[in-house]
Design a protein around this ligand. Structure first.
Ligand code: GRF
Length: 196
């Protein structure tokens, strides 16, 4: 089975999943491999790592498409290079900063997963860490969930909690959460692959 990871930036979650998949028994155990990394930004830092790892790379600049549907159609075309009826591709959103159309989400329902840097259903959307600080939260965290047409919704697969510490800024909190993301995302992907 192929895993295709979509990124827009640093791709640290993508890297964590790739590293996990490189462990000696992983491919055999899960019958899967990371086949490609796709980005909507040619400048995404994660592409450097992906190239170094010898993964297939695709860049689809969303600005060069007439509208969201056209971009999503092109994205599906690329993903379908790695999809087969016998071995449906697993699409992993990792710091992918595009809202996907309901049509695209529907096409990959049940095999489209995302990580969001808050304890959903709290703080869907952007600037989650600053909003948690502004609200006086004592805890923050991240959520891995199946993607549904409603943004930052969908069945929760994994969550991680971190304490908010005195003097935390959005950056210090983000860093603490990111460490947990790198732990729960590879595990959630492995769990999804284990389910027949
Ligand atoms: C992370 O906060 C992640 O939760 C969100 O995008 C941010 C950057 O992730 N989805 P990455 O380093 O690009 O994987």
């Amino acid at each position: 089975k192929n895993i295709v990871i979509l990124i827009s930036g640093g791709g640290s979650n993508m890297a964590a999943i790739v590293r996990a998949s490189q462990k000696e028994d992983w491919a055999g155990r899960y019958g899967a491999r990371v086949a490609a990394v796709v980005s909507n930004k040619g400048t995404a830092g994660g592409l450097v790592f992906a190239k170094e790892q010898g993964l297939n790379i695709h860049v689809l600049d969303h600005k060069t498409y007439a509208d969201r549907e056209a971009f999503d159609a092109a994205l599906a075309e690329v993903i379908n290079l790695y999809d087969t009826p016998q071995e449906p591709v697993l699409v992993v959103l990792a710091g992918f900063m595009r809202i996907l159309t309901a049509g695209f989400v529907g096409r990959y329902a049940g095999r489209l997963v995302n990580i969001h840097p808050s304890l959903l259903p709290a703080f869907g959307g952007l600037n989650t860490h600053q909003r948690a600080l502004d609200a006086g939260c004592k805890f923050a965290g991240a959520t891995v969930h199946l993607v549904t047409p409603e943004l930052d919704h969908g069945p929760i697969l994994e969550q991680a909690v971190v304490p908010v510490l005195p003097g935390d800024t959005a950056d210090t909190l983000a860093a603490r959460v990111l460490t947990q993301e790198h732990r729960i995302y590879p595990r959630a992907v492995a769990e999804l692959l284990s389910k027949k």
